[in-house]
Design a protein. Structure first.
Length: 149
């Protein structure tokens, strides 16, 4: 192979790798926007057997149901406004709380793991038209948020 052909092959290979790397780059734009808690979608996707952790087995399912209901009631009428730098939570009475974040992991094209300034780690998952946020703590399920136009 002549030097010219080797250089040409190398240039073509590097160009292809650059194009493919750009195509495979994950876009985070799906997270940015306004979202409203969707209790119906959340209820429809609750685990069938959501037991509370850290309590005796005899009351785990009952406690799981109570904690899930309480958490969902707290989320009613909550809206999120998400930019590339911060998440703002807006309560039903209009109170806003903003927190800066940075993306620390992209496990796949539909999942972002972020860390807030306080060190708290959260996961955001794109599921169809919904934004899902898995809960942490004694009960675990996904809270669904629908886009707000």
């Amino acid at each position: 192979m002549t030097a010219f052909l080797r250089v040409s092959a190398l240039c073509v290979t590097l160009s292809a790798l650059t194009v493919f790397a750009g195509c495979s780059k994950k876009s985070d734009s799906w997270l940015v926007g306004k979202w409203a808690f969707d209790p119906e979608a959340t209820k429809a996707n609750l685990p069938a057997d959501n037991k509370a952790k850290g309590v005796p087995d005899s009351v785990a399912q009952q406690m799981g149901l109570q904690l899930t209901t309480q958490l969902m009631n707290q989320m009613n009428n909550i809206k999120l406004q998400i930019t590339a730098e911060k998440v703002t939570s807006i309560s039903a009475n209009g109170t806003e709380e903003s927190n800066a974040y940075k993306i620390i992991k992209r496990p796949d094209a539909n999942t972002l793991v972020v860390e807030g300034k306080d060190g708290e780690v959260s996961t955001f998952i794109k599921s169809g038209k919904y934004l899902c946020i898995p809960t942490t703590g004694a009960v675990q399920f996904k809270m669904y948020f629908k886009p707000v136009n």
